[in-house]
Ligand binder design. Structure first.
Ligand SMILES: [Zn+2]
Ligand SMILES: [Zn+2]
Length: 417
């Protein structure tokens, strides 16, 4: 009997790692350029953190979290998303004294969802959170940053930016009443799921995927037409900035975020690169959350991106440009192997990337392994080379061979392709 992974989780094998690294490195570079610094929060937190930040009655907390009692009897949960821990860290470390505070994170998240193609129970997200910047400038810059990252990764097929305003505490309550009245009149035509959430969360009905519900949603009163003066100013300011930065966008009045804590700006970036129109980034403003979590009143905005989908998109693009690199040392005969180990270390000391053939055997077998390792240069050390203190250098790209003295290799390496 062999032991397999837990259902819904997977390995990222070495063949996939380059795409992940490219994604992580590009994100780090661009987030840093916009003034964000990295934060690394624990993988697990007290369960009550997510109950309060994400909402005790949300699907995530009620049905999807990995929650368990640790050996001391405390209720612990694996993080299902990244924002809650960042807010906790901000409050716990008294960072309201160093506003504005801008951070990014990346790493695994955990949700007990029904496994399906491309969806895993351990998945990865990266995201940014910006605290202390109340104006639409922060919103527009964040969107520009997301689009820049996607374009740099060449994930730019039908890239679409959708924005909406979800209003604030003052203007959302009266709007919610109007919406509820309208939806109650249409109750008979709503899907079972929407009838069920009519009282609890009528806003979510606006983004139901059911065709009949969508037809009703299009007729419903829209938040963007019921904004208070402050929210309307903010939304207009945002659109002015996006226009000024020449970032194409569409206003989607039916886009509501799943989480209650969002206010004002909500945004989503979608692409058709994987076939259907899929979201690759989603975010919004959450000006009330820090105070709700026990901190001071601090405006905030953030977004997250699912990394599995992005890595998948990059894998295809990487294959085109996969390149041979480094040296692969193969030795023939016991004496050559013994000397080869020492030479490889010396060359590495001098900064060369030298991979040693671990198995030996026939030259043919070793060359096949060098090819599979995608080495650019093969170094061959046999009896003759050992006697001459030379090494035979073979370029795997064009097949060209040359003989070099051991101490010449480092001096020549800079000149080799
Ligand atoms: Zn408002
Ligand atoms: Zn529905």
């Amino acid at each position: 009997m062999t032991i397999a992974t837990v259902r819904g989780v997977r390995d990222i094998l070495p063949e996939e790692s380059p795409a992940w690294r490219l994604l992580e490195e590009s994100a780090r570079q661009i987030f840093t350029a916009y003034g964000y610094r990295e934060i690394r929060t624990p993988i697990f937190e007290r369960t009550e953190l997510f109950a309060r930040a994400v909402g005790a009655t949300s699907d995530i907390v009620e049905k999807e979290m990995y929650t368990f009692a640790d050996r001391g009897g405390e209720s612990i949960s694996l993080r299902p998303e990244g924002t809650a821990a960042v807010v906790r860290a901000f409050i716990e470390n008294n960072l309201h004294r160093s506003l504005p505070w801008a951070v990014y994170y990346m790493g695994p998240m955990f949700r007990y969802e029904r496994p399906q193609k491309g969806r895993y129970r351990q998945f990865h997200q990266m995201g940014c959170e910006l605290f202390g910047a109340p104006g639409p400038l922060a919103d527009a810059e964040m969107m520009a940053m997301v689009l820049r990252l996607l374009r740099q990764l060449r994930i730019d097929d039908s890239l679409t930016l959708e924005i909406n305003s979800l209003g604030c505490k003052q203007c959302r309550a009266p709007y919610r009443e109007q919406l509820l009245t309208f939806l109650q009149g249409q109750q008979a035509h709503l899907c079972a799921n929407c009838r069920d959430r009519l009282q609890r969360n009528p806003l979510r009905i606006l983004d139901c995927k059911n065709e009949e519900c969508r037809a009703i949603a299009r007729q419903a009163p829209m938040m963007k037409d019921h904004l208070c003066a402050g929210c309307a100013d903010h939304f207009e300011g945002l659109q002015g900035l996006l226009g000024g930065m020449a970032l194409p966008y569409t206003v989607n009045p039916l886009m509501v975020r799943g989480l209650d804590y969002y206010n004002r700006t909500a945004f989503e970036v979608t692409t058709t690169a994987l076939g259907a129109q899929n979201a690759v980034a989603a975010g919004g403003r959450y000006d009330g959350l820090v105070a709700e979590m026990g901190g001071q009143t601090v405006p905030a905005i953030g977004f997250a991106m699912g990394m599995e989908r992005l890595a998948l998109l990059l894998e295809g693009k990487q294959a085109e440009s996969s390149r041979r690199q480094g040296y692969y040392l193969l030795t023939v005969g016991e004496a050559a192997t013994e000397q080869g180990v020492l030479l490889a270390e010396q060359w590495r000391n001098a900064g060369l990337a030298v991979q040693m053939d671990w198995l030996g055997g026939s030259m043919k077998a070793q060359l096949r392994r060098a090819d599979r390792a995608a080495a650019l240069q093969v170094l061959i050390l046999g009896e003759q080379e050992l006697a001459e203190q030379t090494v035979l250098l073979k370029n795997m790209q064009d097949g060209e061979q040359r003989r070099l003295a051991w101490d010449q290799l480092v001096a020549t390496s800079g000149l080799l392709p």
